[in-house]
Design a protein around this ligand. Structure first.
Ligand code: IFM
Length: 802
């Protein structure tokens, strides 16, 4: 079943049926002021922190309420509806609507009883407040008398949990005031200086309206809704008069009504503005929309669109696959920017309670934007290097208040107590290698390796030395066979292999890390270190070959007490995805092993909705460190189709030149490819989820945990480096696509180091990969490699696959 379509021209997803199987969301704003909005206007807003700066209330795990509601009422008939289908929820026979989710804005269009409305929701670029602009048009042939009401439900406390649970306190601390064109909500107003217990100063919230006089207002939620009413039929809307009530205790809100008359064909713009500012600033902000709200809104929306579309335009593909084009050009790319910006901070699933960045998540998220915004990426790489401890390990959780050079580490009880992270993880710092390498490839900025960056706890070092320390960390934490120890966990949060147990996945990461650093060391004539790395690489390779290859697969690892995890004869979890894909990505597997391991993945783990993380799920034969057994079979790490590894298997197949399979895996897991199966996937067809329920689940194919997932970056990398084969290194660009053999031609437009590349591919012979010839600006080059010296402002590349 289909609920909408991709408008690739406008880079919007258009929802044509509002009764979607889950709230389909969009992100507005930035960490300074963030807002999440669903296709039915549900969602919440916050300043700086989803947990501690919460402004709008939202009930998680419920039915997507409350939200940013705009009600319309026909004062001649007393009939009323909302600018989004919910909360009033008129019959879809008579109420027609569309929701357009765009890049950092959402538009709701509705037509009901001869009235057309367009509500535009956005946070202006670099501003810390939000705008809901309603353009209402009389499309009937008679004058219409309407009341338009905006409603925002404030939290009673900036801390989301306090607001929800500490009612003996929070019900007695708020007041609202009417300020002429806005409601002002104060918290702890009675406290001199309004200094909060935690030392911060609470700011007032405001909800203002411009474009018409306020006809009536309400600052008290219960008065607005009325007891035994709900958001769909508030008494203030039914009656057409908000009663000019304010709150003193209990729950506050901002509700403002305007009464307008529209002649046939006439339109009017009303802007509602919401934020958390001092009253003086609020007055200024609301006032700035007074002169010409329509013009200001238009300008602000174009500014936002230009900003985001400008970022996304740095890579544009035109292939025979609309599902691929829309993900690469818009939605997967935008998803990468959202994970880069928001980490795992706030969504309809993440309530905002995380008080920092996960090390591995963040370092991986960076990879997804490197090809579009290397200058943004490097800032974040610097930040993450400053969260590396001087022993080479990463801080498992990097606090939002991170203070490089002064942080406690997992070796300190204080860190453990504050963050809840008791120990180092085996993989965290190893993610730095591919991320730094991709950045250097994209930018050509090898001088980055010499930049001096502090460690998290004390001291500082060049980036090159930081990387050496990451190698030392793994070297100093080896297990029984001499492979990297599993420590508290590797990429798989649910796998506790322990201080002497070992992870094959981390061993492959470590192998790749040594290869990457080996190249840098050779370029710098650090010959002793090159030798050291080569020796250890060989040693590790031998250990891996002797212990981890099991006929047609690599095992997952070893427990402290010597049990092998992921043997083909194990009754459960005998086949794991990540060691197979990473054996190829790391460059470790022989050709024969690579093809066998990838075939095993295909034959044993693949499903129509993607590849399961492992199979069979743990049920009766788990071991002590197999925490995933807490999940139902087929869910999450227990045999679910975990989404992030889909990117790695796409990449691995592509690196082997298996374009058909790489693309098949892309299609199985692409949200866009599920657009007409939305009743199965349930999640938004334009963003990734954390996982899809596996074969063992009665809800096989249903996806969960929208938007904020490392999948965005791994699938992006799998597609850009793998399928499209764009593999820059410090000296130029290697092009090695692995495509479905049915593609006869496609084009890529890419901005690269200040030049624009237009690449046309021909594949008349229907191959999956391989380079027959390549011309750069008309000149044949060897090895399908574009040396940086050949780049011109407009570089034309003609590539023949077969
Ligand atoms: O790798 C982790 C990630 O850090 C958090 N979500 C789950 C993934 C797999 O366990």
């Amino acid at each position: 079943m289909k609920y909408g379509y991709f408008d690739d021209e406008k880079q919007e997803y258009v929802i044509t049926r509002p009764d979607t199987p889950a709230p389909w969301a969009n992100y507005l704003g930035s960490p300074a002021y963030g807002a999440i909005i669903s296709n039915n206007a549900g969602g919440y807003s916050f300043a700086k922190s989803g947990a501690n700066g919460r402004i709008l209330r939202y009930v998680f795990n419920d039915f997507d309420q409350p939200g940013r509601y705009i009600y319309l009422r026909d004062n001649d008939t007393a009939d009323y509806w909302s600018a989004s289908w919910q909360p009033v929820g008129k019959s879809l026979d008579t109420y027609k609507c569309e929701c357009h989710h765009g890049t950092a804005y959402t538009k709701m269009f509705a037509d009901y009883s001869g009235i057309h409305s367009e509500a535009d929701y956005y946070v202006p670029l670099n501003r810390a407040y939000e705008v809901w602009n309603l353009k209402v048009t009389n499309t009937s042939d008679r004058p219409r008398n309407l009341t338009v009401t905006g409603f925002a439900e404030f939290t009673n406390d900036c801390n989301y949990e306090q607001d929800q649970v500490n009612l003996q306190y929070t019900l007695f601390i708020t007041q609202t005031h009417f300020m002429g064109n806005r409601i002002r909500q104060t918290i702890n107003e009675n406290q001199p200086g309004k200094d909060k217990a935690d030392g911060s100063v609470a700011e007032d919230r405001f909800f203002g309206m411009t474009g018409a006089e306020v006809a009536s207002y309400c600052g008290d939620k219960e008065k607005f809704l009325g007891r035994y009413h709900n958001y769909g039929n508030p008494v203030g809307i039914e009656s057409g008069d908000l009663g000019n009530e304010l709150n003193y205790n209990e729950n506050s809100c901002g509700a403002l009504s305007a009464v307008i008359t529209l002649q046939p064909g006439e339109s009017k713009d009303l802007a509602f503005i919401l934020g958390m500012k001092s009253d003086e600033e609020a007055a200024e902000i609301v006032g700035s929309y007074e002169a010409d709200p329509e013009k200001k809104v238009e300008e602000e929306l174009s500014e936002l669109i230009n900003y985001w579309h400008g970022k996304l335009a740095h890579l544009h593909v035109q292939t025979p696959s609309p599902e691929f084009n829309t993900m690469i050009n818009t939605w997967n790319a935008y998803n990468c920017f959202m994970t880069f910006t928001w980490s795992r901070a706030a969504s309809f699933i993440y309530c905002g309670l995380r008080n920092g960045y996960g090390y591995r998540d963040t370092v991986q998220d960076i990879q997804g934007v490197i090809h579009l915004a290397p200058e943004m990426a490097v800032e974040q790489i610097r930040f993450m290097l400053s969260a590396q401890v001087d022993n080479g390990g990463g801080l498992p959780l990097v606090k939002f208040t991170h203070n490089p050079g002064h942080e406690d580490t997992p070796d300190d009880a204080s860190y453990v107590q504050e963050t809840g992270h008791p120990a180092y993880r085996a993989d965290d710092a190893l993610w730095l290698f591919p991320t730094v390498n991709k950045y250097i490839g994209e930018s050509g900025n090898t001088a980055f390796l010499d930049e001096v960056i502090p460690y998290a706890n004390k001291g500082e070092a060049t980036v090159y030395e930081h990387l050496k320390m990451a190698i030392d960390f793994s070297m100093n934490h080896l297990g029984n066979h001499g492979m990297p120890a599993g420590l508290y966990a590797d990429w798989n949060d649910c796998l506790r292999l322990g201080a002497n147990g070992e992870s094959t996945f981390v061993a492959f990461q470590f192998y790749l890390a040594m290869k990457i650093l080996g190249k840098y060391a050779a370029d710098r004539n650090d010959t002793e270190y090159v030798k050291y790395l080569e020796e250890n690489e060989d040693k590790l390779a031998k250990i891996l070959q002797e212990n981890c290859w099991n006929e047609d697969r690599f095992v997952r690892g070893f427990t402290e007490d010597g049990q092998t995890i992921g043997k083909r004869t194990d009754p459960e979890a005998n086949m794991w995805l990540n060691p197979q894909s990473w054996s190829v990505i790391s460059g470790f597997a022989s050709d024969e092993q690579a093809d066998k391991a990838l075939d095993s993945v295909y034959n044993i783990l693949n499903t129509e909705y993607g590849v399961m993380l492992m199979d069979p799920p743990y049920h009766k034969h788990s071991f002590d460190g197999a925490l995933m057994v807490i999940y139902n079979q087929g869910e999450k790490e227990n045999g679910g189709i975990f989404s992030q590894p889909q990117g790695w298997i796409i990449l691995a197949e592509a690196l082997r030149g298996h374009g058909n399979r790489a693309f098949k895996y892309f299609m199985e897991s692409a949200p866009s490819a599920m657009n007409d199966k939305a009743e199965i996937r349930k999640l938004e067809p334009y963003c990734h989820g954390q996982f899809t329920e596996g074969k063992a689940s009665p809800h096989f194919g249903r996806s969960h945990v929208h938007w904020l997932t490392g999948t965005a970056s791994t699938v992006m990398v799998g597609c850009v480096e793998g399928i499209l084969g764009l593999r820059p290194d410090a000296k130029g660009l290697k092009i090695a696509p692995s495509i479905p053999s049915e593609w006869e031609s496609f084009t890529i437009d890419k901005d690269f180091r200040g030049c624009h590349l237009h690449i046309t591919f021909r594949n008349d012979g229907h191959a999956e990969s391989g380079c027959k010839s390549m011309k750069v600006n008309g000149k044949e080059v060897d090895g399908c490699y574009v040396p940086a010296e050949l780049l011109t402002e407009q570089t034309e590349i003609e590539y023949v696959i077969s």
